[in-house]
Ligand binder design. Structure first.
Ligand code: SF4
Length: 234
């Protein structure tokens, strides 16, 4: 068994210094001026990140969870994936129930939260307006996701949160010649990437899905259980 994503070239610059997408640079920075009242004390205490958001988690993960992009007042505010918003509340609580996170909440960098065997990353690292990055922005950012996945020596399962993440993983798998078994995004689907590695689809943990019951904690727990089972199956 081996990581299906081949070694990748180092991206053109350090992620947190990247300014390759002018529209997203302007948007991510502008969010500091429109912090909602409920986060103002938090920002006074910790500062506003407003830069690209790095992957977060175990340096040697078997599971990579791939989202979409930082939320304007979530990871873009806190500087850590899924930290400080309702999507993160749902995700980290589930990871904790599954024994994959040391705590059920994630509100600030430097809180000591640890993930066990899990890396959280995204195809786009700067908050986009309306959560909709442009095609050229996705392309600009692809090297960071490619490098994240290529660096996961023990990678066995990629969990795509939503169709956008599924498409990003499919593109990278195609580059690697491993996309033959991948079909259209479907919640709960499992796609073989070869050599004992899998792509698993799940609805995104966004409020639009979790507040409407489209994705429930029980459904997400079941998806995580399948990821764990796929790893155990070898
Ligand atoms: S989205 Fe990615 S490529 Fe574009 S500025 Fe942010 S980090 Fe750079």
């Amino acid at each position: 068994m081996s990581n299906p994503f081949p070694r990748a070239e180092k991206p053109r610059c350090d992620l947190v210094e990247c300014r390759a997408c002018p529209r997203l640079v302007a948007w991510r920075e502008a969010q500091a001026a429109v912090v909602p009242r409920r986060f103002r004390a938090w920002v006074e205490a910790h500062g506003f990140w407003g830069r690209p958001v790095p992957a977060f988690g175990d340096p040697d993960p078997w599971l990579a969870i791939v989202g979409l992009a930082p939320a304007a007042q979530g990871a873009n505010r806190t500087g850590r994936m899924f930290t400080g918003d309702r999507s993160g509340d749902f995700l980290f609580a589930a990871l904790h129930r599954a024994g994959l996170a040391s705590a059920p909440r994630s509100e600030v960098r430097g809180d000591g939260l640890r993930l066990a065997g899990v890396l959280i990353t995204a195809p786009v690292r700067c908050a986009p307006p309306a959560n909709r990055p442009l095609a050229e922005e996705v392309e600009n950012c692809s090297g960071y996701l490619r490098a994240d996945l290529a660096g996961c020596r023990s990678l066995r399962v990629v969990l795509a949160l939503g169709g956008f993440a599924h498409a990003a993983i499919e593109r990278l798998a195609r580059e690697a010649g491993k996309a033959e078994g991948i079909g259209r995004f479907r919640h709960g689907a499992e796609w073989c990437l070869g050599a004992g590695a899998w792509l698993v689809d799940c609805y995104h943990v966004s409020q639009q899905n979790t507040f409407t019951g489209r994705l429930t904690p029980a459904m997400f727990d079941a998806v995580l259980a399948r990821c764990i089972a796929l790893r155990a199956a070898g």
